[in-house]
Design a protein around this ligand. Structure first.
Ligand code: KG4
Ligand code: ZN
Length: 333
């Protein structure tokens, strides 16, 4: 039997994304970003996001079909992100996928956005999903997960306050950088001295797997007015170094304690070049296999949702059409 073609829609926040996957082959992955729309407000405005998803969903869907050289009738299953995310944004993608599934009498799959991120490092890796410690670092989440296999996850720890990406974005705002600050802090930090300022490595030595990044933001806020002059590159490099060191140290300890031979890093912040570099060096030194999500799969996209949907279909799963969005959906239970 030919492998079923999966079309997935992701609209959990400010990206309207549609991907089409056949077996292990990504036939299309379209992302329409709303960053420019939200930039004047310094953050995502839910009402603006939902309206733009509504405007973009059909053109993005049609573009994905055109890129894949397929007609809608060729699709074998429809998937959408169920949560977590902004309620009014999630509704657009879920309603679209459900309507298509009903009209074409195909299975529907409601997918957890966090599971999308978590499994994204395994995409295109021979052998696929395998036991690992997963680190999800995004704008909304910082999660360390013991991953046994598809659907078998145990949360080891998470942030107690700001998510890693949120910390990057808040520092970016303090420094007057455009939203979202993460990529700008990364870029500027490449030309700065990471040892110039000694920012706190909060909770690096605690024997749990939780994180806290709000103190780091506060120390930058207090330091700034005291500096007569500063090089923004040094501030970015030093801040980035502090956050990266904590993320790498805790993830390495999770791998040591669980005995997992692999570390899988995902989410928007996993685009960060310093994070990728530090993980690569540290894992090589400890003989741990490192899987980093491909850059285009780090930030929000529908390919990761299609990938999870395909795994779930292979396990014989589908979702009932009455299943509603869940803005606070957890990775486990
Ligand atoms: O995964 P994602 O697209 O959305 C959520 O699910 O939250 O992550 C977006 C986050 C933003 O906070 C953004 O600033 C951050 O990822 N980000 C980065 C980089 N690229 C994106 N943070 C640090 N360095 C980067 N290169
Ligand atoms: Zn995300």
């Amino acid at each position: 039997m030919p492998e079923r073609i999966v079309l997935a829609i992701e609209t959990s926040c400010d990206e309207t994304a549609v991907a089409i996957l056949r077996g292990g082959t990504l036939l299309a992955s379209e992302v329409a970003s709303q960053i420019a729309l939200h930039q004047p407000y310094g953050g995502v405005v839910p009402e603006v996001a939902a309206r733009d998803h509504l405007r973009m969903i059909r053109p993005v869907l049609n573009k994905a079909l055109a890129t894949a050289h397929l007609a809608i009738g060729d699709i074998g299953a429809f998937a959408a992100t169920r949560g977590p995310g902004l309620a009014t944004s999630l509704m657009i993608g879920m309603s679209a996928a459900k309507s298509l599934a009903v009209a074409l009498e195909r299975p529907f799959l409601a997918i957890n956005h966090l599971e999308g991120h978590l499994l994204s490092p395994f995409f295109r890796v021979p052998g696929g999903v395998r036991p690992a410690v997963g680190l999800i670092v995004s704008g909304g989440h910082t999660l360390l997960v013991d991953l046994e296999g598809v659907g078998r996850y145990h949360v080891l720890g998470q942030t107690l306050d700001d998510a890693a990406g949120e910390a990057f974005d808040k520092i970016g705002k303090l420094l007057g950088l455009p939203y979202p600050g993460g990529p700008h802090v990364n870029q500027l930090g490449l030309n700065g001295n990471p040892a110039r300022y000694d920012f706190p490595r909060s909770m690096i030595g605690t024997d749990d797997f939780n994180f806290s990044f709000s103190g780091l933001k506060t120390s930058v806020r207090y330091l700034l007015p005291k500096l007569a002059e500063y090089k923004i590159e040094d501030l970015c490099a030093s801040f980035q170094e502090a956050i990266v060191e904590v993320l790498v140290a805790k993830t390495m300890r999770a791998a040591a304690e669980t005995g997992r031979p692999t570390i899988a890093v995902s989410g928007g912040v996993s685009c960060n070049s310093r994070l990728r570099e530090n993980f690569a060096d540290t894992c090589a030194a400890h003989g741990i296999e490192l899987l980093l999500a491909e850059p285009q799969l780090c930030t929000d996209n529908a390919a990761m949702i299609a990938y999870v949907a395909a795994q779930r279909l292979n396990l014989g799963e589908a979702s009932p059409l009455i299943l509603d969005i869940d803005p606070n959906l957890k990775l486990v239970g």
